[in-house]
Design a protein around this ligand. Structure first.
Ligand SMILES: Nc1nc2c(ncn2[C@@H]2O[C@H](COP(=O)(O)OP(=O)(O)O)[C@@H](O)[C@H]2O)c(=O)[nH]1
Ligand SMILES: [Mg+2]
Length: 324
């Protein structure tokens, strides 16, 4: 059997924008292979130019449709756009979105738009780590905009969207009376609120409710800090897309030029460090578990040792070296 191409050899190809090399590096990142780490480190060092946009919201709010529409718009402006979708129900895998309006193959045939669905298995730290490494691959390869779509349910998914420079929370009419974003606990993480499907007659109410809710928190926003706008959009007729792109660019400038923006970039780095550490700990725990841990937990269950003694035994058993 042929030896797999070493990850380090894939780096120059990925940097040159070769899709198969990029995809393979993402697969290896997802698998958490130690062999890929030096390659991913090289890509990390080269990344840092892309505008990373997190899109989240409850299922059915129109995220994938919005992301597709946005990607096509940005592409028409000459930008290369990457999409990392962390949503098991995401329709990117095939079929069509919005009936005949946005055909998947319209996106798929253009090498300037790269769409990748990430698996949600493995540890939470692993999911965040791998998703952000996939963002690095696209960033280093020269994609100017990278969108991370995550379903706005579940802490792990929401956290990943928050690791973006600009967070868009999508709300939609017709999904119940409450403001969905409040229920899901994601109202405050939005840099930009999108109310999708504003071609529907009940959209005005959703927009009104959201604005009323936001106005209540407005007084507590410190001077010089970002005030999140509400942008109504429709993927059906293209309403609001220009406004959304303008707000995204405005927020990108805020992130680059303001003190709170720069502090947030540092916090994103901190998040990556913690999630990567969490994943390494988890992987090493699993490796250790094959042996001694079953014995230790059996002794714990028998009350021969205390939970503290068991925990000490677990920590002692964690190897500091790598388990490739
Ligand atoms: N009327 C209307 N329907 C939309 C619009 N955007 C999305 N939808 C529909 O809303 C449903 C959910 O969309 P999808 O993008 O898959 O939502 P997601 O689960 O948040 O990714 C689909 O049936 C879409 O066709 C829009 O702008 N107008
Ligand atoms: Mg989706």
């Amino acid at each position: 059997m042929a030896q797999p191409v070493p990850s380090l050899e894939l780096v120059p190809r990925a940097l040159a924008g070769e899709i198969p090399a990029m995809a393979r590096l993402m697969t290896r990142a997802e698998a958490g292979s130690a062999e890929s780490r030096p390659a991913l480190a090289q890509l990390y060092a080269r990344a840092g130019r892309a505008h990373v946009i997190g899109v989240t919201g409850v299922p059915g709010s129109g995220k994938s449709t919005l992301v597709s529409t946005l990607a096509l718009r940005l592409r028409a402006d000459g930008k290369r756009v990457g999409v990392i979708a962390i949503d098991p129900s995401s329709p990117y895998s095939g079929g069509s979105i919005m009936g005949d309006r946005i055909r998947m193959n319209e996106l798929a045939q253009d090498p300037g738009i790269f769409i990748r669905s990430m698996a949600t298995r493995g540890s939470q730290g692993g999911m965040a780590r791998a998703s952000l490494e996939a963002v690095d691959v696209l960033d280093a390869a020269g994609y100017e905009v990278v969108v991370i779509e995550t379903v706005g349910v579940g802490q792990a998914e929401v956290e990943i969207a928050r690791a973006a420079h600009t967070v868009i929370v999508v709300s939609a009419p017709g999904l119940g009376d409450d403001i969905q974003a409040i229920k899901a606990g994601i109202l405050e993480i939005a840099d930009i609120h999108v109310v999708s499907k504003c071609d529907r007659s009940d959209a005005n109410r959703t927009i009104g409710d959201l604005k009323t809710m936001l106005a209540m928190g407005m007084a507590s926003i410190p001077r010089g800090h970002w005030v999140s706008p509400v942008v109504p959009t429709s993927a059906l007729d293209g309403t609001g897309l220009d406004d959304l792109i303008a707000q995204i660019e405005r927020h990108g400038a805020y992130m680059r030029e303001s003190a709170p923006g720069r502090e947030r970039v540092r916090r994103i780095a901190e998040f990556r460090m913690l999630k990567t550490a969490e994943d390494l700990l988890y992987q090493r725990y699993l490796a250790t578990r094959q042996g001694r841990l079953d014995v230790v937990s059996a002794r714990l269950a028998q009350r021969e040792i205390s939970p503290y003694q068991a925990a000490e035994a677990l920590l002692d058993g964690l190897h500091l070296e790598d388990h490739p």
